[in-house]
Each structure stands twice: as C-alpha cells, then as structure tokens.
Write a protein that binds this ligand. Structure first.
Ligand code: FAD
Length: 690
C-alpha cells in the first residue's frame, strides 16, 4: 500500500494508473482485521506501532490530511485520535522462588511526534548511539549513592571538621566513579564529533572505559531480585558497546550488517554479557516481539545480531512522542480503511477476489537483453453480480471497517459459496469462479509484487525455476506461523488483580508470551452490553514436522482448533499469575467473565467458543523472521533483474530487516522509487541507518 500511496501522489500528476489485485475481500495482509459479531474487532494478532515508525506514521498523517481536505475528516478523525500513546511495558521473569517476577519499565515521553521531520542533529550513526549510551551510563553513575549519599558538594556551613571529614570520605569512595563519569562525558563529546578517521587511541580509551564500567557494575550493583532488571539491561548495553568497538563495526561501511552473520545472544555473550542477562526478560521480550523462533519452536530462538541491535537502537533512541502507539480500533479500520478511501479517490482501482497464481516470464531469456515479466495469472475467486465494483467496507459505530467475512450478497452465487464454507483467504481452498491472465503491453506495463514471503514460492514458480538468487532468498529468509486469541471480559483487569499502568506485556509464559489489555477499543465495537475490556494474546505457532499438502483443505481449521485448546489451557494456567481474581475458590477459571452479548448459554470452558482465536498458517500470513546471515539473501526492490518488475514487503532488502510495519512501508517506498524515482531516497527516514 505504501508503494501505491507514493506512485499516485498528486505531484506525479497521474503518471501511473494503478490497479491493486487482492485475494479475498479485504486489504491488510498480516495486518488485516475484520468486524465480527457485536462489531467485535478481530485481528491477526496484536499490532503495536513503535515510536520510531516515522515512515509509516508520515504516510498515515498524509492520508488523514488528504481525507480531511476532501471533507472526510469527520469520518476518519484526526490521526492523533487514531493512535494512543503507550510508554509502559511489563516484562516477566522467573524469580528466585520459582514464581513469576514482574518488571515494569516506563519509557519517558519524548519531544515531537512520529512522522515529524527529524530534529536537527539527529543522525543515524553508531558513534552517535554510542555517545548516547555513554551519556546514560554517566547519568547512572552520578545517580549512584553509597550509604544513601551521592557525590554532592560539601554541605554548607561545613566549617565543622565533622562535615569536611565526611565529605573527604565520600570523595575517597567516589574517586573512581567520578573519574569514570568524567571519562564517559569526554568520550560522548568526542564520539559525537568523530569522523570516519576515528583515532585508534579513542577506540582504545572507549574500550578501557567499558571494562572499567563492567567492574563498577559488578562491584557496585548487586544483581539481586530488586536491581536485577536494571543490572541486566546495563550488562547488555555494555556488551553491545564493547562489541561494536571490538568488532570494528563503528565505521564499517556495512554498518550493523557486519555482525549480521552472528546470532544475537551468541554475539552478546562473546562480548561479555552474563548468562543471566542473556536470559533476561528484556532479551526474551526482544525475541518474542520479533517472533525470532525458528520453525515457531520456542526452544530454538534465532535472531541476527545486526538486526537485533538495529531494532533495539531505533526502538530506544529513535522514538518520538511515545515509546509505542496502540491503535484506537482494528488495524484494518485505522490503517487500511483510510488508505482504501483515499486511494480510491485518487483513482486507484481495487480488484478484490483476485488470487495471483503465477508471475510469468517469456519462455527464454533473450541473450544480452533484460528479462521481464510477461504475464500475470490469477484465479478469480468470486465475481460480483453484473460485474459491479465490490464495496468492501461496512459501518460500525460510525467508522468504515472491513468485515470479518465477505459480503456474500454482493457476489454471484454468494449464498452457495457461503453455505459451502468457501474460505477465500485459505491457501488450501482453491475453489474459484474463473481465471484471468494479464499480458504485458496490453494490460500492464509495470508490476509490483506485494505478497507475503511465504506466498512467493506459490506465485513465482517460473522465477524460482530460473533464478538462483530467488531460490536462495526463499530458502534463507525464513517465516514462522503465529497464533492469536482475543477475549472480551465483563470485568476489567484491575478487578481481576492486575496492578500497575502497563497494558502491554512481554516475555510472559509460553506459548502466549505477549499480550495486551485493550479496553480503549471496546467503545469502537457495537455491543448491546458493553464488556469492560478486551485482551489480545499472540505468539509463534510451531510448524508440524511435515508441511501440509496443498490439497489439505482442512489444515487451517485443524490448526485453529489447536489454538482454541491451547488458549483455553493458557487461561486456566499461567493467566492465574496475573489475574488471580479471574479464578474461583475451587481454582477454576471463571468462564462466565467471557462476554458474549447474551447470545449463548455456554458455560465452563465451552464458553471460550464465543471468543476469537486464529492460526496464521497461510503462507502469505507467516511472519518474516531474521535469522543470522539471511540479510545476504534478501533481494532489494531496486533489483532490476526483471525490467518491468519490482517487489515490496517486510521480506525485501529494505534497510530495516524486521517483520514489522515500518520495514514493510520502507520497502514500499523503495519499490515506488525503483519504478518512478519518487520519493527521493534521502526522504526515506533512516534508510541511511547503519
Ligand atoms: C500475529 C502478528 C502480529 C504482528 N504484530 C506486529 C506489530 O505489533 N507491529 C508491527 O509493526 N508489525 C507486526 N506484525 C508484522 C506486520 O503485520 C507485517 O510486517 C506487515 O503486515 C507486512 O506487510 P507486507 O505488505 O510485507 O505483507 P502482508 O501484510 O502479508 O501483505 C501481503 C498482501 O498480499 C496479499 N496476497 C498474498 N497472496 C496473494 C495472492 N496469491 N494473490 C493476491 N494477493 C495476495 C495478502 O492478502 C496481503 O494483502 C505482526 C504480524 C503478525 C502475523
């Protein structure tokens, strides 16, 4: 969508007539959401936007401004109302007594808003980040107290000998710390002005300071349960700084890709991180957030060091406004409905129910000439009555939204398809109304492939047969299935025993390690009896030993049934740790707190059937992870192997190799640039990030 947004910007004066071919009935892919019974928002999983998603937020701000200018502001509201800021996160670890221990991290709000022009002086360079980290350590050092006293000046009126002696004593115990703090200050200043030709002496000093800091950390800060979280973060930060210096990454032209062949935990360990820090909630949260588990197996965490650090640096040092942003409604409603409306008004055509089956090449490459895409083949899954344009949105509580199922009434033979249970988003359901082939020159000039990576082998068999790079890409850049469920509760989490401000929770018990309290979306739904809150749970889903056969139509339903059982067990199990009030005196989960608008009489665990759960097993819906070394196999939207063809998605070489909205948007901007020269590369925020 980001590429379409760019290619149809008014300044390009209608140079491109764009048609989007979309399988099924809705836009959004992994970020799609739908409205179900009671206007419930039903998501692929929890979607949070991080405070550094500058490119993504800028696009949405432009979209809202355009809708406002067209008189649709009242329908979509201001972009600032569509996201709510979030600065608190709760992380979990297993405490020394074996129970869960909770860590609440508060990230202070920062100046500006995501998508604002970058502030002067904000640069994406490793010395810049390093200087910031040294500043943080310096503040920490100066904040440290010994026997309740910090490194302050002598007390006023210290004419008395006693005061002077006490000050002298403090000076003695702080002498090393004060020098270290001073050293950090000087280093931070030098690093800020450092150039490529960084003096070897400066690096040596930085290394010496890091090793002093580590001694101080181990000496001064007890890693007991009380200080554990801070200690672990400090330990990891130190290992990172040390590693960046030792591995010569600071001015390596490859930037963080220089260490991207290393596994993140292994690299941190090589650079001095303690085992405890490597198992810390912070690091587990990073793997959970990026679903970095090979084949979805929680016992096989894998994330490359370069992208792990890039993501962490941008997350902690690059956010503006708030650390994270939660969407006010479903991602489909907040992102894809406004984009759809604005793009339709720009003249973009949407052909729903078109499933791409092959990106065709000419029979043989012509020697000396570039290859190109000659045909695009589609299954037409459904047709509307009389070929009318399909109207995809429904109105819920005054907001245009995507429904969770197609509007069968608009489709020829729709009643039969609905009765037969056609699943137009399932890879394993190939039922269709017909076929369609587009020919280059006649039907299109340029093509942009925007499917998820998991779908590439299924839609590009000819390219894969011809092109070793594409084969390597689909082999090395890996994906995982995911699982999610949502419950609507008649009681809020506070009354169930949850304490504290944090809504977002990571590093929790497997399998649903990530969950979020979402009371703010409930008023957007259309309940007769409004629940008090809605809670989203999300995680990876392990793959079966053998991939399912393409003809196995029942596969998605069987996996969804598995998620149903896992979710029930999870509510009965680890949830007890955080919502004790959700259990009755016999220790049973109080299933009656699951809201269902009075529609069912189900009780006990069966009542879970009234909630929402899903297994994201469709090839295109599989989450893109970033294992070590995979950066080499990513293909850029700039790749011009096929003259009239480019790619966009979070799986491409976009400069931010993470399965996330910002990576997908950056890729879309690059694809638009590859086709049209617009936007300028320097306008893609953080494309120059090391
Ligand atoms: C459970 C889950 C939770 C996530 N949480 C977050 C989060 O909190 N924050 C975040 O930033 N990111 C999150 N992500 C990642 C984010 O959703 C993706 O990075 C993003 O959606 C990728 O966009 P994309 O355009 O590359 O691919 P997709 O979103 O997969 O879009 C691909 C498009 O291609 C279409 N398509 C596929 N095959 C065909 C075909 N054969 N013919 C026609 N059309 C086809 C799909 O329908 C879809 O429209 C999450 C992902 C998952 C699965």
């Amino acid at each position: 969508m980001a590429a379409v947004w760019e290619l149809t910007k008014p300044q390009l004066k209608g140079r491109y007539a764009v048609t989007v071919y979309q399988e099924g009935w809705r836009l959004g892919g992994k970020g799609a959401s739908g409205r179900g019974a009671s206007g419930r928002i039903e998501e692929h999983g929890l979607h949070i936007w991080l405070g550094f998603y500058d490119n993504a937020f800028r696009m949405m701000r432009e979209c809202h401004a355009e809708l406002e200018a067209q008189g649709l502001g009242a329908m979509f509201g201001d972009w600032r109302d569509a996201w709510t800021p979030e600065n608190d996160v709760a992380l979990f670890s297993v405490a020394e007594n074996g129970g869960f221990q909770r860590w609440d991290a508060h990230m202070p709000p920062r100046a500006g808003l995501p998508g604002d022009p970058l502030p002067a002086g904000e640069v994406f360079s490793l010395p810049y980040y390093m200087a910031k980290a040294f500043d943080l350590f310096r503040a920490l050092l100066l904040d440290t107290t010994v026997d309740g006293r910090g490194l302050g000046p002598p007390s006023e009126g210290a004419g008395e000998l006693g005061g002077a002696v006490a000050y002298l004593g403090r000076l003695a115990s702080f002498a090393g710390v004060a020098a270290l703090a001073e050293g950090l200050g000087v280093l931070a200043t030098l690093l800020r002005s450092a150039s490529q030709a960084l003096d070897a002496g400066l690096l040596a000093s930085a290394e010496a300071i890091c090793s002093r800091l580590r001694l101080w950390l181990e000496d001064r800060w007890l890693a007991d349960d009380e200080n554990r979280f801070l200690w672990e973060v400090a330990d990891l930060t130190l290992a990172t700084m040390w590693g960046l210096i030792r591995h010569g990454v600071m001015f390596d032209p490859r930037g963080l890709d220089a260490i991207d062949d290393f596994e993140c935990r292994e690299w941190l360990h090589m650079n001095g991180a303690s085992i405890r820090a490597l198992q810390s909630p912070f690091l587990r949260g990073l793997y959970d957030l990026s679903m970095g588990y090979e084949d979805g197996d929680p016992n096989r965490p894998r994330l490359s060091a370069g992208q792990g650090l890039r993501g962490t640096l941008r997350t902690f040092f690059g956010y503006r406004g708030a650390f994270m942003w939660r969407m006010r409604a479903g991602m489909g409603d907040v992102v894809f409905a406004p984009l759809y409306e604005a793009l339709t008004r720009r003249g973009v055509r949407f052909e729903f129910f078109h499933r791409l089956t092959n990106v065709g090449l000419p029979p043989k490459p012509v020697r000396g000439a570039s290859d190109y895409v000659s045909r695009l083949a589609f299954d037409v899954q459904a047709r509307t009555h009389d070929g009318a344009a399909y109207a995809p949105l429904v109105n819920v509580a005054g907001r245009p939204c995507w429904p969770s199922a197609p509007d069968w009434a608009q489709l020829a033979d729709g009643a039969r398809m609905s009765a037969e249970g056609w699943n137009l988003e399932s890879h394993w359901d190939r039922r269709r109304a017909g076929e369609r082939t587009l020919e280059v020159g006649r039907d299109f000039d340029l093509a942009l492939l925007g499917v998820g990576l998991g779908a590439v082998p299924h839609v590009c068999p000819e390219i894969l047969a011809r092109d070793a790079r594409w084969r390597r890409m689909v082999r090395d850049v890996k994906t995982v299935a995911s699982q999610a469920f949502q419950v609507w509760l008649t009681e809020d989490l506070e009354s169930l025993g949850w304490r504290g401000p944090a809504y977002i929770t990571g590093a929790f018990a497997k399998p649903f390690d990530t969950w979020c309290d979402m009371p703010h979306v409930v008023p957007e739904e259309a309940w007769n009896t409004r629940p008090r809150t809605s809670v989203y749970f999300c995680a990876v889903l392990p793959d079966p030993p053998e991939p399912p056969d393409d003809s196995d139509r029942g596969y998605p339903a069987r996996r969804a049934q598995e998620v149903h059982h896992t979710a029930q067990a999870f509510l009965q199990g680890p949830v007890r740790e955080v919502w004790p009030g959700a259990f009755d005196i016999s220790g049973e989960f109080r299933w009656e707190i699951l809201a269902d608008d009075g529609a069912s009489l189900l009780s006990g665990p069966d009542r879970f059937s009234t909630q929402y759960w899903r297994a994201n097993v469709n090839p295109s819906d599989r989450y893109v992870i970033h294992p070590p070394g995979s950066w080499r196999s990513r293909i850029s939207p700039f790749d011009m192997t096929y003259d009239n063809f480019t790619i966009a998605g979070d799986w491409t070489d976009s400069g931010f190799h993470s399965g996330c909205v910002e990576g997908a948007v950056m890729s879309g901007l690059l694809a638009a640039h590859a086709l049209s020269g617009s936007p300028k590369l320097e306008d893609i925020i953080a494309y120059d990030h090391p």
